[in-house]
Design a protein. Structure first.
Length: 485
C-alpha cells in the first residue's frame, strides 16, 4: 500500500526524479563523494595500558647562581625553554639547587631513554621515575641540540619495558595520536588528538620536521612520546605555541624518522655524525624557476660552492640539485635532511640541472660537524659610495678598490654594490638591502653596470618576465628573482 503523500512531498519527488533522469542516473542518485565513516576509537585505555610502563618522568637538578634580584638564572641556549623549563621560585641571592621536570621514554630493555636536550641541559643529576613508581639515576649518553634530542642510560637489574619507533612519514593529517608525559609536574598523564599538520619548522632548523598535533601538551610533557594507534612512537613532544604558556591545541613533536637516526648515532658514537655536501642552497621558488626557464619549482638551488666535497665533484653555483642518491629532491630542506642521513666517506650520485641539461656527479660526503668546527669569516659593514645607476628599484655602483678593502674582498673580486633600495620596489619586499653585492645576473658574472643592462636586455629578448640575481651579504649568497617587466 502506497502511503498518502502531501502535495509538496509529491512535487519534490517528481522534481528529484526529473533531475535524476536528466543527469542520467535513473531514480537512484548517489553523491559524488561517498564518505566512509571513521569514528574515534571506542577507548584509548588499552593503548594507554600497553605503553605506560615504557614512559618515564624525568627530574633534573642543578646548582645555579642567582642574580641580585633574587630570581634564578636559567641556562641559555635551550631553544624551547620559554615553553617548558620549570625552575623554582625566587632565590635568596646565592647559589642554589634548582629542579626541572620533563618526560621521556625507554627504547631498549637495557635502559636507553630518549628525551629533549632542553630537559636535561645543564643538569648535574638526572632521576628517572617509572610508571611503577621505581626511581633510577640516569647518565647522559649524548645530545643533539640541532634536533633538541638527548639520550640517557639507566642501569637496572631486570629488563625494562620499552617502546619502538614507527614510521612518521606514514602519518597523515587527521590520524589519531596519543601523547603521554608529566604535564605541570602532575605525574603520568595521557592526552589524545589528531595530527593537525606535517612538516612544520619552528626555528627554522636545518633538520626540523615537526608533526603538529592538537593532543594537549603542557610544561613537563617535553621529551615525552607521541604515539600512533599501534603504540609506536612517531614523535617526541618538544614545543607548543601559546599566548599564555598553557596548551591551546598547537603542539609540536619532532618526527620519529629524525629522532630514531639521532638516537642510533648517540648510542653508537655519543655524538651525531651527519653527512656534509659542502654547498649553500635555497628553495627553487616559482619566480626563480621562471627566471631560470625551469618547468617546475622543485629541487635545491646552489648559491655557493666553497671548498669541500661538492666543489671537488664539480658542483657549481647556479646548479639545481634534483636528485640525491636514489631520491628526488623537493626543496632545500629535503636535500639537507637526506645529506645528513647519508653515510660519510661514501660516493653518492647527485643529479644537477645545469643550463638546461642534466649531469650526474659523484660526491664523496664529508662530516658536517667537522666542517662546522672551522672558523667562518665575519661579515663586514657596507661601505658608502656615490650612486652610479638606478634600475630594478636599486641604486648600484661597481666595486672599486676602496669597497673591496672595506669588505675584506680579494682584489680580483667583482660585482655591483647596492647603494640604495627603493622601499616601494619588489627588491625591497624580497629583502635586498644597502651593502648587498650582486655578482651574477642571468647566471653570468657581472662586473660593470653595462653587464647588468645587457643581461636584462637578453632576458627580455628571451621572453623572460624576471631576471635571476646572485646576491651576497657578508659572504652568504642567495638567488633572488626580480621582475623586469
Amino acid at each position: 500500500m502506497v502511503p498518502d503523500l502531501t502535495p509538496s512531498i509529491r512535487n519534490a519527488l517528481r522534481s528529484s526524479t526529473l533531475l535524476a533522469l536528466v543527469l542520467g542516473f535513473g531514480l537512484s542518485v548517489a553523491p559524488v563523494y561517498q564518505a566512509q565513516a571513521f569514528g574515534a576509537p571506542e577507548s584509548f585505555a588499552e593503548l594507554a595500558d600497553k605503553i605506560s610502563p615504557a614512559v618515564v618522568n624525568i627530574t633534573t637538578s642543578a646548582v645555579i647562581a642567582a642574580p641580585a634580584d633574587g630570581m634564578p638564572m636559567v641556562p641559555e641556549g635551550s631553544p624551547f625553554q620559554d615553553f617548558f623549563d620549570d625552575f623554582g621560585g625566587p632565590g635568596q641571592g646565592g647559589p642554589q639547587r634548582s629542579e626541572a621536570l620533563g618526560s621521556g621514554f625507554v627504547i631498549s630493555e637495557d635502559g636507553y631513554i630518549v628525551t629533549n636536550n632542553h630537559v636535561i641541559e645543564g643538569a648535574d643529576e638526572i632521576t628517572i621515575e617509572f610508571f611503577s613508581g621505581d626511581k633510577l639515576k640516569a647518565k647522559l649518553v649524548g645530545t643533539d641540540p640541532k634536533t633538541d634530542i638527548a639520550l640517557l642510560k639507566v642501569e637496572s637489574d631486570k629488563p625494562l619495558p620499552f617502546v619502538t619507533f614507527g614510521n612518521s612519514d606514514l602519518m597523515r593529517v587527521g590520524d589519531w595520536v596519543m601523547a603521554m608525559g608529566n604535564p605541570l609536574g602532575q605525574g603520568f598523564s595521557v592526552s589524545a588528538g589528531i595530527v593537525s599538520a606535517r612538516g612544520r619548522e619552528l626555528n627554522p632548523g636545518a633538520y626540523d620536521d615537526f608533526i603538529q598535533t592538537d593532543a594537549a601538551i603542557n610544561r613537563g610533557n617535553s621529551g615525552g612520546p607521541l604515539f600512533n594507534m599501534d603504540g609506536q612512537v612517531i614523535g617526541v613532544n618538544t614545543a607548543i605555541l601559546s599566548p599564555n604558556g598553557g596548551s591551546i591545541g598547537i603542539g609540536f613533536s619532532m618526527a620519529s624518522n629524525v629522532v630514531s637516526k639521532v638516537a642510533d648515532q648517540l648510542k653508537e658514537f655519543g655524538e651525531t655524525r651527519r653527512g656534509w655536501l659542502g654547498v649553500r642552497i635555497q628553495d627553487v621558488t616559482p619566480d626563480v624557476a621562471e627566471a631560470m626557464g625551469l618547468a617546475d619549482a622543485k629541487g635545491a638551488l646552489v648559491t655557493d660552492v666553497p671548498d669541500g666535497p661538492a666543489k671537488d665533484a664539480g658542483v657549481k653555483s647556479g646548479d639545481v640539485i634534483t636528485r640525491f642518491g636514489t631520491n628526488d629532491v623537493s626543496d632545500a630542506g629535503d636535500l639537507t635532511r637526506r645529506v645528513a642521513d647519508a653515510p660519510i666517506g661514501e660516493a653518492v650520485p647527485v643529479i644537477v640541472l645545469r643550463e638546461g641539461r642534466t649531469e650526474t656527479l659523484a660526491v664523496t660526503l664529508g662530516r658536517r660537524e667537522d666542517a662546522e668546527a672551522k672558523t667562518m669569516p665575519a661579515s663586514s659593514p657596507a661601505p658608502d659610495a656615490p650612486k652610479e645607476m638606478e634600475t630594478l628599484g636599486l641604486t648600484l655602483a661597481p666595486l672599486d678598490d676602496d669597497m673591496r678593502a672595506r669588505l675584506g674582498l680579494d682584489p680580483s673580486a667583482g660585482g655591483l654594490m647596492i647603494m640604495k633600495v627603493d622601499q616601494t620596489s619588489e627588491a625591497f619586499t624580497k629583502g635586498l638591502v644597502e651593502g648587498d653585492l650582486i655578482t651574477e645576473a642571468g647566471q653570468q658574472k657581472i662586473v660593470r653596470l653595462q653587464d647588468l643592462e645587457d643581461r636584462i636586455k637578453e632576458a627580455k629578448a628571451a621572453g623572460r618576465k624576471s631576471i635571476l640575481l646572485l646576491v651576497r651579504r657578508g659572504g652568504d649568497p642567495r638567488f633572488v628573482a626580480l621582475s623586469i617587466e
